[in-house]
Ligand binder design. Structure first.
Ligand code: GDP
Length: 478
């Protein structure tokens, strides 16, 4: 008989709860005593960076042989993946175009650039990958689907306009994702541009410039005139170096979908970002719930590729359906496995569509604590007035219970919005409304995403509720 969930969890140093969660995401409900079949074991191992020695017939494997596949010796530096965010009209698109052009100016590849949703440029011999869809909606949607793709966020702020609502949102999202932020102060060519003022405003959001003793790098640029772009690119390579980004080109590829579409002539087309391993044309592959073989693989200049290593964006054909941005992909040794996994995931998706939620709730929190994990509770606070938002945040951050940490990832004034729900979903957060309510649309969205919204009007009651939840004494919701 196969190995059980509990046994496998122990072998790979994970809690059974985590293993159960991963399988649940793949559509299989198991308990700690369920025995697992070959592909399930394979997938769990892959998920946690272990590889069973034999690829397909997992039931024959001696599990003492499970080893970390990414052997130190196999790890090499990989390029950073960068997302550009900021307020509308502050110059995100112009900056992306300007960076892309800087590559063409180098004269490297004849200048025909494809828009495949991501592109790579070379800076002093080092590559940098950019996701081509600016803004935090795409970024958050991907995170909500479990794809952690971005290594560095550039926040663009127009020097003649300053910090605006979407600038703040972008900062929230980047901080919640825990990725390094570089601030690009744009439009410095304009009259009235005041980069120093921007530094002050951004510092209030927690992004203190290096020259003021903080650790955020600021670059003054004009995306339109091409001023400061090469300095910005160099900064990215420095930040990437500090982040010490590594991957193992020797393994089967996995990564995330950046874009998917149906092409009349070519069928389903997907832009994939290889996050680890090497993808080869001809590889059997599962992408979300789609599967197939990589038939044609193109880079961002439209050139045929045989192989794509870590952090490379590629456009592929050969899938049986169109995947969605944020879907994960994995390459396999045989088409049979790919097909099987694809079909399993298809079933899983149908189950999820029937309304099983995966977001965080106060009950989950207690279960985590019970399992002996340090439980992180992410909270979004929305309140009617500024003083209240601050007071609520302060009280929450003071909660001190063994085995649990509270993080307020956003605290603002105003009604509970869809953007709050998306952030909550991506960060597995709970939303607390203080004298504010969600409207029907937001409520529906929260239900879809499985996000818990709790409404209060007395601070100490809310604190009591969270403390109670952490101690496993949560009263049933009214
Ligand atoms: P996005 O909404 O953030 O993508 O902003 P866009 O890139 O579309 O830029 C909005 C407007 O600002 C456009 O008219 C751009 O030409 C202009 N713009 C962008 N960067 C600069 C800049 O560095 N200097 C000046 N003067 N205008 C800029």
């Amino acid at each position: 008989d196969g190995i059980t969930v509990g046994e496998l969890a122990e072998k790979i140093g994970q809690t059974p709860a985590n293993v159960i969660k991963v399988l649940f995401m793949l559509g299989t409900m198991v308990t700690i005593n369920s025995s697992l079949d070959d592909e399930q074991v394979e997938l769990i191992c892959l998920e946690y960076g272990y590889e069973s020695k034999k690829k397909v017939v997992v039931s024959e494997i001696n599990f003492e042989e499970i080893e970390i596949v990414d052997d130190e010796a196999d790890l090499v530096s990989r390029p950073p993946v960068v997302t550009i965010m900021g307020h509308v009209d502050h110059g995100k698109t112009t900056l992306l175009d300007s960076i892309r052009k800087s590559k063409v100016v180098d004269g490297e590849f004849g200048g025909i650039t494809q828009h495949i949703g991501a592109y790579q440029v070379e800076v002093n011999g080092k590559k940098v990958t950019f996701l081509d869809t600016p803004g935090h909606e795409a970024f958050t949607a991907m995170r909500a689907r479990g794809a952690q793709v971005t290594d560095i966020v550039i926040i663009v702020v127009a020097a003649d306009d300053g910090v605006m609502p979407q600038t703040k949102e972008a900062v929230d999202h980047a901080l919640a994702a825990g990725v390094p932020i570089v601030v690009a102060v744009n439009k410095i060519d304009k009259e009235g541009a005041d980069p120093e003022r921007i530094k002050g405003e951004m510092s209030e959001l927690g992004l203190m410039p290096e020259e003021w003793g903080g650790d955020t790098v600021y670059c003054n640029i004009s995306a339109k005139k091409g001023i400061g772009i090469s300095e910005l690119l160099e900064t990215l390579t420095v930040v990437a170096e500090l982040a010490d980004l590594k991957a193992n080109p020797k393994r089967y590829a996995y990564g995330s979908v950046v874009e998917g579409r149906l092409d009349k002539g070519r069928g389903p087309v997907a832009t994939l970002l290889v996050q680890n391993g090497t993808l080869r044309s001809g590889d059997p592959i599962v992408v979300g719930t789609a599967f197939g073989r990589v038939r044609q693989m193109l880079d961002d200049s439209g050139r045929d590729l045989k192989e794509a290593g870590p952090s490379t964006p590629v456009e592929i054909t050969g899938l049986n359906e169109v995947p969605v941005a944020g879907d994960k992909f994995m390459a396999f040794e045989t088409e049979k496995t790919a097909r099987h996994v694809g079909e399993e995931r298809q079933k899983a998706k149908q189950e999820l569509d029937r309304g099983v939620s995966s977001a965080m709730s106060l009950d989950d929190l207690f279960n985590q604590i019970k399992d002996g994990e340090v439980a992180d509770l992410n909270i979004i606070v929305k309140a009617d007035v500024n003083g209240t938002a601050e007071a609520v945040k302060g009280s929450l951050e003071k909660i001190d219970i063994d085995g649990a940490r509270v993080h307020v990832i956003r605290s603002t004034v105003g009604a509970i919005s869809e953007s709050d729900v998306l952030l909550a979903s991506a960060s597995k957060a709970i939303i607390y409304g203080f004298n504010v309510r969600p409207d029907a649309n937001v409520r529906r969205k929260a239900e879809e995403e499985g996000v818990e919204i709790r409404l209060h009007n007395i601070i100490y009651k809310m604190v009591e509720e969270i403390e109670a939840a952490m101690k496993g004494m949560l009263a049933p919701e009214m």
